[in-house]
Every structure is written in structure tokens, then in C-alpha cells.
Design a protein around this ligand. Sequence first.
Ligand SMILES: N[C@@H](CCC(=O)N[C@@H](CS)C(=O)NCC(=O)O)C(=O)O
Length: 213
Amino acid sequence: MPQLKFYYAPGACSLAPHILLHEVGLPFDAIANEVTQNGANFIEGFHRINPKMRIPVIALDGEVITETIAVMTAIANLAPEKHLLGQTPLETLRVYEWMAWLSGTVHGQGFGELARPERFSDDPAAHDGIRAKGHKTIVDCYDMIEGKLTGVYAVGDSLTLVDPYLFVFFRWGNGLGLAMKEKYPNWAMLVSNLVKRSAVEAALKAENIDSTL
Ligand SMILES: N[C@@H](CCC(=O)N[C@@H](CS)C(=O)NCC(=O)O)C(=O)O
């Protein structure tokens, strides 16, 4: 059994791999950090673990993996019988299509611009405009997410990496004051099914947060 060390922050994007770890059901050590709208507070020496200064991070028998997509793939590989990367090669492609867009555009661009405008311009006078653009990108992407969802799961007929990641963005939409349930009924249905899973309950409890549904 591999030794697993998971670095997260309550309510951050790391909630998605945290849920996946509970789905897989192997024991792991969870190390909490803090990331808020205003900044981040990482454990002492975190820059040696991930010089990019971001969570999530997972260490598998000491091998450090960063980036949500790689972290979640590593977790999925621990339980191949659960098909968390999809049931077929085409579903796996769809999983990575979703994950790359959610990580790069929705998170990195939309939420990055909204919460960390200083990453996009050194000129403080530009920051309000960048925040506004980030908010618009998020809403445009959320409309697209709603249009892409048709069933209980984002890809195929079973849980994949994409569903817990979509849960993170649904919670963040609530945090932004968007009328998530009313505006995005397909997405709300996916999330209401997801929160019935014991793995979601366990991860929310461990992070001491609620589903905000
Ligand atoms: N590309 C990275 C981005 C991860 C990321 O930005 N994580 C946020 C938490 S949701 C973080 O660590 N933020 C620290 C900061 O903003 O200082 C990934 O997908 O894992």
C-alpha cells in the first residue's frame, strides 16, 4: 500500500482530489494549509514541497505530484477498478478535455483574474478591469458548463475526476453570489447527486465546510 500525503486548503480546488481520495478509500495523511480571497498561508517549508506555491499536492511514497489534473490522475490510478478516468478510451479523452478547460480557463483564467489580478498586471490601476473580466469569463464558462451537462455525471454513466472538480466550481459560484441552483439546474442536479456520496460527506467534514447547496 503506498504512503500518501495530501496537502490541501479547506474549500480550495484541492477539495476535488480530497473527495477522490475518500472514493478510493486508502489511508492518507492530510496536511491543511490556508488559501483565501486575500492570500495564502502555507505550512512551514512548503516552498520545498511545491516551489509553485499551490495546492493540491500529493506525495506518493515520497514522489511529489502537483497540478490538480496530475494529482487526481495519480489518485484514480490507485483504484483502476473504479474507472475514475472513464470507462472507455473516448470517455478518458472527454475527462481530460473537461479537466484541461476547468483547470486552465475556468480556474487559471477566470478565478485567477478575479482573485489574483496582480498575476496579470503589475499596474494596480488595471486590476479592477481584470477582476471584471475574470467575473465575465466565469459566468460565460458557467453557462457553457450548464449546456454541456445532460445526466447524473459529466462523462458517461459513472463518477470521474470531472464531477468533484465541478462541485468545487459550483460551491465557488455560490460564494460569488451567483444563483447557482436557479440558473444552472443540470449542474445543480449533478451536484445534488454527488453530495449523497459518503466520500463527499467525509471530505466536507474533514475540511469543516458545508456543501452550500
Ligand atoms: N494549476 C494549479 C493551480 C492550483 C491553485 O491555484 N490552487 C490555489 C487554491 S484553489 C492555490 O494554491 N492558491 C494559492 C495562492 O493563490 O497563493 C492546479 O490546477 O493545481
